[in-house]
Write a protein that binds this ligand. Sequence first.
Ligand code: F6R
Length: 613
Amino acid sequence: MCGIVGYVGRRGATDLLLSGLRRLEYRGYDSAGLAVLRDHALRIEKTAGKVQALADRVFETWSPKERSEAHMGIAHTRWATHGAPTQANAHPHTDGSGEIALVHNGIIENYAEIRARLEAEGHRFRSETDTESLAHLIGACYEGDLLQAVCAALKHVQGTLGIAVISAREPDRMVVARRGSPVVIGLGDGETIVASDAAAVVAHTRQCVFLEDDDVAVVTANGAELRNVHNVPVAREVSRIDWDASAAEKGGFAHFMLKEIFEQPDALRNSLRGRLDAGQGTAVLSGLNLSAREMASVDRVVLVGCGTSLHSAMVGDYYFEDLADIPADVEQAAEFRYRNPILSPQNLVVAISQSGETADTLAAVREAKQKGALIAGICNVVGSTIAREAGRGVYLHAGPEIGVASTKAFTAQLTVLLMMALKFGRCRRLSRQKGLDLCAELERIPELVSAVLARNDQIAAVARRFADVRDFFYIGRGYLYPVAMEGALKLKEISYIHAEGYHAAELKHGPIALLDRQVPVVALLNDVPGREKTMSNAQECRARHSPVIAVITEGDHEAAALGDACIEMPRASARVAPIPTTVALQLLAYHVAQARGCPIDQPRNLAKSVTVE
Ligand code: F6R
């Protein structure tokens, strides 16, 4: 996710902003920029690429006075969402006059509408971003008071934002605001530091104020005055932060993986944002760039991916067949081009990749292109090679994933696949009513995930009981079969315990020979179709003395009775259940690995992006 730093105080702002950006580099980004104010004029520098490249430009092209004599400024690391990671799209963005500069985290949902209106009034835009529309809007509202202008502009904006804004006409104060995207104000001695996370603040002060939604603050060297968007004063507590810088990067969590597991309600809200059409009971996925007629004429979907992304392809296979009535197949990306896949222009190949750089998935995209099939990418990293070469697709908007084990990308992939299948279904035979029901299910996903996260301690206690074993099995059926495989993959990669995910019925075709007291079985017994049959399979495991960890729907005493230990899930439909269930298995794997003292964020032999065959 993007990062914001702002400074106003007695020291030179430029160096301080650059060091603040370095502290936010761990969040992942693809361009950077800053704006400082000196002698009533803004100086802006932006670059695609790393903070070091930005620092090099500043040191090469700015005079020492320009660097040291500016005492206020804002800076940003951008993780592209709207528009490629280019210099023009990097923040800060300015209004029409060039006198107001803004950095923004989040997504302005109604940016296209705002932009069209302002362009009709004569505003000239210089980037493809959603953010620039807010900069121009603040400029259009400006009548000599930046606070008033920001409050007025925010009334017209939908979406999420954390912003910091400065004006050349108001040299000693900055305005910051929050709606859904964090902003923290660090109160120093004769200086104030603003940031999107405490990691950029703790080096300077530990006295912090965290803004709440719809808070707006005027920040000066002497502190901050808080108001709401209606310009009415509000009071917020000053908190003391005791984290060191490295804990601050992880938002106080012990590992990035845990932080990313806990980020899932927000990440999934971002994946869903603006994409459900509650009138038509369909999804709005403009990046697919296919007409209703083209979607109706797709006669086969082939889903490709590797590792965790292959598991989401397996769930997607069910979604397309069940909801869109389209025959669907899953192909391991690594095999795809070696198998002479039979493809036609009516076939849609869906390439799924968090990084958008996985070599085998990219090769599958190229093979599909060669054979004339339609291609769509489902990627997290905007502007990544697969996203570009696929030419159409849906971004996850889950924010950067830093922990090597994929977590929030998987649940976002399932959410996007469900929306895609809904969209295709509505262009074919799926009724409006069924579409509306599915929209309601999709909207509930973040709260279902939060309900699982609330059981973290219970799951950790189960994990500790089984942390010393050498082998694990995971079983499930239907939509939960790929989830069993994903649960096993998570466990093996971070805890180094051998784990296998099997279809519940397949166990007795061989692997059951391995079961004994030392081999626990995680049985996915959620109250969805297939539950009774998986319960019988769990019985078979118990009969071989395997301890059963039963994953059940809350209140299901019958299924609970099969477990030596239980993990309760909130009630969810069969289609949505894979998402909260996966979150529980991520936590199980995490706590087992934690109990074994494993290096969770960087497991041995693994890389975050696999760019070789
Ligand atoms: C597992 C994991 C890997 C990736 C795989 C594909 O936790 O992270 O299995 O899922 O390497 O990566 P992407 O999705 O970037 O193509």
